[in-house]
Write a protein that binds this ligand. Structure first.
Ligand code: AMP
Length: 509
């Protein structure tokens, strides 16, 4: 099967099979590819009426809905630059995104209008509203738009398609600029790697403000002419109930741990699904194994980030290794670099910082050349900020974020290594290792540990158990037992929050 190489072609390519379903919802709504074409065109026209021309930004902070999906596709068709904003962002943060991205139009939730309007006026941004049921001014305007307004038909592959804000180690979030070629090449690579066909139905429970739900999910469906079953959010029982309507599921690790808590998760309730994908945060090998034993499905883990879309994937055919994110996608290259010397590590298995090159890699940070310059090597590789290794078979293993490295008494401690030992202890469900200021060691290795239901754990017993297995400097100086780890919506453990919560743990000596 061949896939269109520009996002515009994704919608145009289906003219022949236009009655095929593009999207279904649990409320019984159905949008064919023909309707997608027509309705996204109307929304694009509405944006044009508000003065949006190709290259201009459209900032979007709305609840997940069918219309929100259509709005994203309308921006692609118009050549506008889509700027997704997390619904959890506060007005203060939204103000920063508006000032920084300078959109022509911002589409927001109707209920946020009274708060955001003064900010938008200040920033010179026109506002439209879009509610979770498709209500609001945007769709009213779209309904008035004639379907015959001309949309661009020829696009420059290097034109910007999206700016995705990502929090760096320091300072304000930076806008990663992604081109049409970035989106298209990645969608085609994923559709091929994961063997998407027009018969596939992807159960979509992810948010629409992150690369996972937006690009990895929707673009792969569009590129392959398959279809989406859209749920407004992840809910384990709802997801399980609708899995029988799907052939593919994409989730974050937390989705899988929550699905495992459902008594009905078994080979029968997952029988229609041919592929379960996990990403955005590390999937515990235990979760991988438990899911296999409960359902017979081997979860396929992949690795990506806002700046690069998806970089690696375990193979569709061939071993999907628990704890590994697999080899680079076709056309993408990854190398390991020594963090201190900058030398490229050629020996397999050596841990260092990961750098990536390929058609998926973004073109820089919006209005921040200095930051862009600093994040690319002299020979054009993007410095991911992730620490990892590549094994002899070419599989990438992520050890953690460079910024999460703990330096204790002058020694580098990779949290993942310590977490692996902690997670292997009986009674431990999961753990997170982080560094906080320590009067003697600079930073003290500290662990938050979540006990398995019913397990009784003690700090000292855990420390004693790992002492036998880890060099002394790696052994956590304190263990805190917690009910759950702080996570964001994408399931990423928030080590910043842990560092703040336990900042003073060594303060009294
Ligand atoms: P974001 O830009 O918010 O998507 O975050 C990207 C970061 O998430 C990456 O740099 C990794 O640190 C992490 N990440 C994504 N996928 C995985 C994975 N499968 N395993 C471990 N970390 C991951």
């Amino acid at each position: 099967m061949s896939f269109a190489t520009d996002p515009n072609g994704w919608v145009e390519q289906v003219a022949g099979g236009a009655q095929r379903v593009f999207l279904r919802t649990s409320q019984g709504r159905e949008i064919s590819y023909a309707a997608l074409r027509e309705q996204s065109h109307r929304i694009a026209c509405a944006l044009m009426r508000r003065g949006v021309v190709p290259g201009e930004r459209v900032a979007v902070q709305v609840d997940k809905s069918v219309e929100a999906v259509l709005l994203y596709i309308a921006c692609l068709r118009l050549g506008a630059v889509f700027v997704p904003i997390n619904v959890a962002n506060t007005p203060n943060e939204v103000e920063y995104f508006l000032r920084d991205s300078r959109p022509r139009v911002a589409v927001i939730r109707p209920q946020d209008r009274h708060v955001l309007e003064p900010l938008a006026i200040e920033a010179g941004v026109a506002l439209e509203t879009l509610g979770e049921n498709g209500d609001g001014s945007l769709c009213e305007l779209a309904a008035e738009c004639a379907d015959d307004s001309a949309l661009p038909t020829v696009f420059d592959a290097d034109a910007l398609a999206a700016i995705v804000y990502t929090s760096g180690t320091t300072g304000r979030p930076k806008g990663a600029m992604l081109t049409r070629a970035n989106l298209a090449s990645n969608a085609v690579a994923l559709a091929e790697t994961w063997r998407f066909t027009r018969d596939d139905v992807l159960l979509h429970t992810l948010p629409l403000f992150h690369i996972h739900g937006l690009f990895a999910a929707i673009n792969t469906v569009l590129a392959s002419g398959s279809s989406l079953f859209l749920l407004p959010k992840f809910d384990a029982a709802q997801t399980l109930a609708h899995l029988r309507e799907a052939t593919v599921y994409m989730g974050v690790p937390t989705h899988y741990t929550r699905l495992l808590q459902q008594a009905e998760l078994n080979p029968q309730t997952t029988a229609t699904v041919r592929l379960f994908v996990s990403g955005s945060a590390p999937l515990l090998p235990d979760t991988h194994r438990e899911f296999l034993s409960r359902t017979g499905h081997v979860i396929l883990e992949r690795y990506g980030m806002s700046e690069t879309l998806i970089n690696t994937s375990n193979p569709y055919e061939g071993p999907r290794l628990p704890g590994s994110v697999g080899p680079p996608l076709k056309g993408t290259a990854i190398r390991v670099v020594n963090a201190e010397t900058g030398a490229v590590e050629l020996e397999p298995g050596v841990v260092g910082t990961l750098q990536v090159k390929g058609p998926n890699v973004f073109v820089g940070y919006w209005r921040d050349e200095a930051k862009t310059h600093g994040e690319f090597s002299a020979d054009g590789w993007f410095k991911t900020g992730d620490v990892g290794r590549i094994d002899a078979a070419g599989y990438v293993h992520i050890v953690g974020r460079a910024k999460d490295l703990v330096i204790s008494g002058g020694y580098n401690v990779y949290p993942k290594e310590v977490e692996t030992e902690l997670d292997a202890l009986a009674g431990v469900q999961e753990s997170a290792v982080f560094g906080v200021p320590h009067p003697d060691f600079g930073e003290g290795v500290t662990a938050a540990v979540v006990p398995k239901p019913g397990a009784v754990l003690s700090e000292q017993a855990i420390i004693d158990s790992v002492k036998a297995r880890l060099a002394r400097y790696k052994v956590p100086k304190r263990i805190v037992l917690v009910e759950e780890l702080p996570r964001n919506t994408m399931g990423k453990v928030q080590k910043n929050t842990l560092r703040q919560m336990f900042a003073a743990i060594y303060a009294d000596g």
